[in-house]
Design a binder for this molecule. Structure first.
Ligand code: UDP
Length: 320
């Protein structure tokens, strides 16, 4: 653990990545305050912290934030983050990226806390440069269906730099690429949960388009280690946190079929509007700045993830 005990506020701490971050800090002996309105996060992700040095505040961070104790770090991770979720909650997504980031930065300014924003590879849009270095400005359709998320996060980055430059807030910007692992919602609509659910229930895996579009999937433990590395560095520029191992979506479907031992087939459906054709992080800045690179390969990550989805499927069939 770092030298002294700290208090870390995590907005969105009941979500997938937020709850893994919370657990890491608790394991290190720190205090964690989770703030979440449970729009896409879940109580079951935080129930496991009940007997630890932890507080849950049920609050929508687009409204003024009050925390009745000193905080050392503020990690703003609240946001719908899967395409299905942000298409379902477009206005909440824009509000939490814009007003929520403003409120969280305001608290950091008032308290002197270090601040980290969970940004995203979506700031690169449908990139025309591959892999994407942090110096690439992106190729985003502001008025397309994904614009609500992409532009909210781009605004959040701009606001973060404005608070850093204007008020000297000690800020970090993490551009998080596709991450998978335990605690993903089985119905969040992303590729890995959809394919796991389909493979484990004997249904066809729905590959959108011809499956030649690429992503680079990072196991959650690697992502969280990268985020903490960035937080503890002194880098104010954006840093990509993701796995540079790029594969096609057709291939990830096949890998899920393998790991589950399923005999499901693959079927092809329409590609969503503005679906990026390629995505792969250039991870040199993370490597050079805080000596981070992912350690868990896709086969191992999928093996570690499988029991979670098996439990989720068992829970679904018990309900039915
Ligand atoms: N995808 C797919 N089938 C699904 C869900 C997603 O083929 O059932 C594709 C989607 O079109 C995209 C990729 O998988 O090309 C990754 O999608 P995801 O929703 O996981 O996140 P994104 O990287 O697009 O934010």
């Amino acid at each position: 653990m770092s030298d002294s005990k700290q208090t870390i506020l995590i907005t969105g701490g009941a979500g997938f990545i937020g709850s893994h971050l919370a657990e890491l800090f608790l394991d290190e002996g720190h205090r964690v305050v989770v703030m979440d309105n449970l729009l896409t996060g879940s109580r079951s992700n935080i129930a496991r912290f009940a007997n630890r040095d932890y507080l849950f505040i049920d609050h929508d961070v687009t409204n003024y934030i009050v925390v009745d104790e000193p905080v050392d770090h503020i990690l703003h991770f609240a946001s719908p983050a899967s395409p299905v979720d942000y298409l379902k909650y477009p206005i909440q997504t824009m509000k939490v990226g814009a007003m929520g980031t403003h409120k969280a930065l305001g608290l950091a300014h008032a308290t002197g806390a270090r601040f980290m924003i969970a940004s995203t590879s979506e700031v690169y849009g449908d990139p025309q440069v591959n892999p994407q270095p942090e110096t690439y400005w992106g190729h985003v359709n502001p008025i397309g269906p994904r614009g609500v998320y992409d532009e909210a996060k781009r605004f959040a980055e701009a606001m973060t730099m404005a608070y850093h430059r204007t008020h000297g807030v000690d800020t970090r910007i993490a551009r998080i690429f596709n991450t998978y692992g335990p605690r993903m919602r089985i119905d969040d609509g992303r590729a890995v949960p959809n394919f796991m659910l389909q493979a484990l229930t004997g249904k066809p895996l729905t590959v959108y388009g011809d499956g030649s579009q690429t992503r680079s999937f990072c196991y959650v433990d690697d992502t969280v280690r990268g985020l903490v590395g960035l937080l503890r560095s002194d880098e104010h520029e954006p840093v990509n946190v993701g796995n540079p191992n790029e594969i096609t979506i057709k291939e990830i479907a096949e890998r899920v079929i393998e790991v589950t031992g399923s005999d499901s087939e693959v079927i092809y459906e329409d590609l969503p509007v503005d679906d990026p054709k390629v995505r792969r992080p250039d991870t040199e800045r993370a490597q050079a700045t805080f000596d981070w690179s992912p350690q868990i390969d896709l086969a191992e990550g999928l093996r570690r993830t499988l029991p979670w989805f098996q439990q989720q499927v068992a829970a679904l069939s018990a309900e039915a």
